[in-house]
Design a protein around this ligand. Structure first.
Ligand SMILES: C[S@@+](CC[C@H](N)C(=O)[O-])C[C@H]1O[C@@H](n2cnc3c(N)ncnc32)[C@H](O)[C@@H]1O
Length: 278
C-alpha cells in the first residue's frame, strides 16, 4: 500500500473544517481508522493515536485495508445468498467499496442503512448518498438496539420481516466487557427474522502486541478490546456458520488462493465470519 504515514502532520488535513458536532480535540475511532486506510478525514489528534498504534503494531494499516477487503467479499457473498437489505452498525467513514456500492453493483434494489455514533460519518455520508434513495446514514449509538431498530429512517428502508444482513465489522471490540457485548449482539439477532445473517469481525487477543494496542486504544478513547477466539466464536452461537468459519480476515473466501502459514503477524490480529440465523 502507498506510504501515507510518513509523519503525523505531513498531509493537508481538515484542520480548518470544523462543522458543528465534530470535536477536533478528542480522538475519534472513525477518523483514526480513516487515517490508517490512507484517508484525509482526520485531524492531528487522530493521527497522533494512529502513529502510536502503528508503533505498537507495525503494519496495522495493512490490517485495516484487509478489513475493507473482507467487507466487499462478505457483502458480495450475502447478496449471492439473496440478501437485499443490510444494517451496517459502526459503519465508519465512507471509504473505497462501501457496503451499498458493493451490494448495489450486483443487486441495484438492495437497501443499506449505515449506523454510526460519530457525527462525522453522517456529515460525509450525506454527500455520498445524496442521490441514492435506497441508502441512508443514521447517527445513533448501537448500544441502544431498541432505539436503533425503531429509528424511522431504518424502518423506511428495511422490512423487519425479510432477511437482513447485520454487519458488525470492527465495532463489537469497541463495546467494553461491562457493556455486555455478547448480550448486545444477541439482542440484535433476536430482533431479526429467520434467514438473516450476522457478518462480524473482531480484534483477536494474541499476547504482547494486542495488549500494547489495547493500552493505546483504552488510553485514547476508552474502548478497544482484543478478545480470545472462543469469545469471538461465541458471538455466532446458535447460528449456521458459512465456510470457512471464523478465520483471519484474509482467509475468508479469498479471491486468490492463500497460504495460511504465510500470513504476516499484522494479518493475525482480527478474526471474522458470516453466519445465518436458522
Ligand atoms: C474501526 S471502525 C469500522 C468501520 C467499518 N465497519 C469497517 O469495518 O470498515 C469502527 C466504527 O464504529 C463506530 N462506533 C464505535 N462505537 C460505536 C457505537 N457505540 N455505536 C455506533 N457506532 C460506533 C466508530 O465511530 C467507527 O466509525
Amino acid at each position: 500500500m502507498p506510504d501515507t504515514h510518513d509523519a503525523p502532520d505531513a498531509r493537508d488535513p481538515l484542520e480548518n473544517w470544523t462543522p458543528t458536532g465534530i470535536d477536533v480535540t478528542v480522538p475519534s475511532i472513525a477518523r483514526i481508522y480513516d487515517y490508517l486506510l490512507g484517508g484525509k478525514d482526520n485531524f492531528a489528534v487522530d493521527r497522533d493515536v494512529a502513529t502510536q498504534l502503528l508503533g505498537a503494531a507495525p503494519g496495522l494499516d495493512e490490517a485495516a485495508v484487509s478489513h475493507r477487503a473482507i467487507l466487499a467479499r462478505g457483502v458480495r457473498f450475502l447478496v449471492d445468498q439473496g440478501v437485499r437489505q443490510f444494517v451496517d452498525l459502526g459503519s465508519g467513514l465512507p471509504s473505497a467499496q462501501n457496503t451499498h456500492q458493493v451490494a448495489q453493483a450486483t443487486a441495484p434494489d438492495t437497501r443499506v442503512v449505515y449506523v454510526d455514533n460519530d457525527p462525522i460519518v453522517l456529515a460525509h455520508g450525506r454527500a455520498l448518498l445524496a442521490e441514492n434513495d435506497r441508502t441512508t446514514v443514521i447517527t445513533a449509538d448501537m448500544r441502544d438496539p431498541v432505539g436503533v431498530l425503531a429509528h424511522p429512517d431504518l424502518n423506511r428502508l428495511v422490512a423487519m420481516d425479510q432477511p437482513i444482513g447485520l454487519m458488525l465489522l470492527g465495532v463489537i471490540h469497541h463495546i467494553n466487557d461491562d457493556e455486555d457485548p455478547s448480550g448486545l449482539v444477541k439482542r440484535y439477532l433476536d430482533a431479526l427474522p429467520s434467514g438473516s445473517w450476522l457478518f462480524l469481525t473482531h480484534f483477536l487477543a494474541v499476547g504482547a502486541e494486542s495488549e500494547a494496542l489495547e493500552r493505546v486504544m483504552q488510553g485514547s478513547h476508552k474502548t478497544g478490546r482484543f478478545r480470545t477466539r472462543e469469545e469471538i466464536e461465541g458471538y455466532f452461537a446458535g447460528l449456521e456458520l458459512a465456510d470457512p468459519g471464523v478465520v483471519y480476515l484474509d482467509l475468508w473466501r479469498p479471491d486468490e488462493p492463500l497460504d495460511a502459514d504465510s500470513l504476516p503477524q499484522n494479518r493475525r490480529l482480527v478474526l471474522g465470519g458470516i453466519a445465518r440465523k436458522p
